[in-house]
Ligand binder design. Structure first.
Ligand SMILES: Cc1cc2nc3c(=O)[nH]c(=O)nc-3n(C[C@H](O)[C@H](O)[C@H](O)COP(=O)(O)O)c2cc1C
Length: 182
């Protein structure tokens, strides 16, 4: 497996951006396993052993999600909380993730200029992603530059143009595939 894609999206049926990215990944020749957490674990009861075994079979872990309240959806936080256990991901024998690449791949509603000290979100996207970055360091993973796209929320006649969001999502997926295959 070239990469394991952990997808978190609680409203995937209504998704345009993440769905387009996942479709592009699925249609590519990359050897990927894609796991949609909300579909596999609707009640949040994670099969920790199965998840840990899958993690051990890949060298690249991709966390794919829409930016929710400056972080990830709850299903991904729940997965991190349950799967990255003591002596698996950290602790004296917790080296199972060491050396693996961690790539955050996220879609963001707000425009780039909002993620600036003078913008309405005040902080950069990288600053908001610090907990993920430090999680990679603690678990000895290689934190790769996150891949993210702005203005990805499509609301008919209100926010963004559908074709443009699809185009941005496709470019996002191609960028991700380039990194996966590097
Ligand atoms: C609960 C919720 C929280 C959100 N929080 C943010 C946020 O903190 N910052 C932001 O820029 N966009 C935020 N958004 C917008 C989403 O990031 C955006 O709709 C999503 O990336 C579009 O992807 P999709 O078409 O796959 O759903 C939020 C959306 C929802 C529903």
């Amino acid at each position: 497996m070239q990469a394991l894609v952990i997808l978190a999206h609680p409203a995937y049926n209504q998704s345009l951006a993440n769905k387009t990215i996942i479709e592009e990944l699925s249609n590519s020749h990359a050897n990927l396993t894609i796991r949609h957490l909300d579909a596999i674990y609707p009640s949040y009861a994670i099969d920790v052993k199965a998840e840990q075994e899958l993690l051990m079979t890949t060298s690249t872990i991709i966390l794919q999600f829409p930016f929710y309240w400056y972080s990830c959806p709850a299903s991904l936080k729940n997965w991190l909380d349950q799967v990255l256990t003591y002596n698996f991901a950290y602790g004296p024998e917790g080296t199972k993730l060491a050396g693996k690449r961690l790539i955050l791949s996220l879609t963001i509603g707000g425009p780039a200029q909002a993620y600036h000290p003078l913008g309405y979100n005040h902080f950069s996207v990288s600053e908001f992603l610090r907990p993920f970055e430090q999680t990679a360091y603690l678990t000895q993973m290689q934190y790769c530059p996150p891949i993210y796209s702005h203005q990805m929320d499509y609301v008919p006649n209100l926010k963004n143009v559908k074709e443009q969001v699809i185009e941005r999502a496709k470019q996002h997926a191609w960028q991700l595939l380039t990194v996966i295959q590097a």
